[in-house]
Design a protein around this ligand. Structure first.
Ligand code: AMP
Length: 277
């Protein structure tokens, strides 16, 4: 497997592949890879012969009180996992490569980044959009793959690509879940046994909304909230139904495409999930 560390190395690698007529698929990640991350690559191979991952814990998307230093870093096992699905090149840049000392250009979405996670994680999506655009510009991929697990992020990235006329197709990949329904996440490893056992209630509450969507929405939301908060281990940060532009939905039955979004704390660990209704 080729570990690419500089922008130049990536560009040369991609150029050589293009000369052979290959399409390039790209999967950006922050590492600590699990099956959900590998699904992105597996899907990418359905579109392109050449699939490049990046592993980079992007500091600009973490707030001052967030878990940047604590974020799990497991590079060697990540590379082994990527080898098992046939990935031949991984971009592993340093902070110095991504952000020079005088770095000062950022991508901001003024609307969709202000709600849901954006309301509680100031600057998070500014960091995400900036690093994703930089990575896509470095790799110059034909397709880039993102998980529906981070639905707000996926919608924001699609909007950025459209608004800024970036020549790359964004593909959303379904959420990979544990057997009991908990969405896989690098942060699940921080859950205590009790927290882990209760955390499947999030998916249960999302499904309750999906299965009863003809009911009055405020009533439905408060019943779904109870499914989560009846367990003492869990605390809701938000539980909201929004459409594809992230506008609040008032009547699910009258909205063509909408999603329920949840952020829930299990102790200090923040879990997010969503479901199309
Ligand atoms: P992360 O490294 O956690 O930022 O995630 C990298 C990519 O993997 C993002 O596009 C995530 O949405 C995606 N991802 C993370 N967890 C899952 C999951 N359980 N199922 C599908 N995609 C996921």
């Amino acid at each position: 497997m080729k570990i690419l560390k500089s922008v130049q190395e990536v560009r040369e690698y991609v150029k050589a592949k293009r000369r052979k007529g290959r399409k390039i698929g790209f999967v950006p990640t922050m590492g600590a890879l699990h099956e959900g991350h590998l699904d992105l690559g597996r899907d990418a191979f359905n579109y392109c012969r050449e699939v490049i991952y990046s592993i980079y814990v992007n500091p600009t998307q973490f707030g001052p009180n967030e878990d940047l230093d604590k974020y799990p870093r497991t590079l060697n096992t990540d590379l082994q996992k990527l080898e098992t699905i046939g990935v031949e090149a991984v971009f592993v840049p340093s902070d110095e490569i991504m952000y020079s000392k005088q770095y000062s250009t950022f991508v901001i979405n003024d609307q969709m980044s202000k709600v849901l996670c954006g309301q509680y994680r100031a600057g998070h999506f500014k960091g995400v959009l900036t690093v994703v655009l930089k990575l896509i510009n470095i790799v110059k991929c034909d397709y880039a793959f993102f998980g529906e697990k981070d639905r707000q992020q996926l919608l924001l990235i699609k909007k950025m690509i459209e608004d800024l006329n970036v020549d790359c197709k964004i593909i959303g990949v379904p959420i990979r879940r544990e057997g009991d329904g908990l969405a896989m996440s690098s942060r699940n490893r921080y859950l205590s046994e009790n927290q882990r056992n209760s955390s499947n209630l999030i998916y249960k509450a999302l499904n309750y909304l999906k299965d009863n969507k003809s009911r009055d929405l405020p009533d439905l939301l408060s019943r779904a909230e109870k499914i989560i908060t009846e367990n003492n281990d869990l605390k809701i940060q938000y539980l909201e139904v929004r459409d594809e532009n992230l506008n609040l939905v008032e009547d699910i039955t009258k909205t063509e495409k909408c999603f329920v979004f949840a952020a829930v704390f299990a102790g200090d660990t923040r879990l997010i999930d969503n479901l199309e209704l």
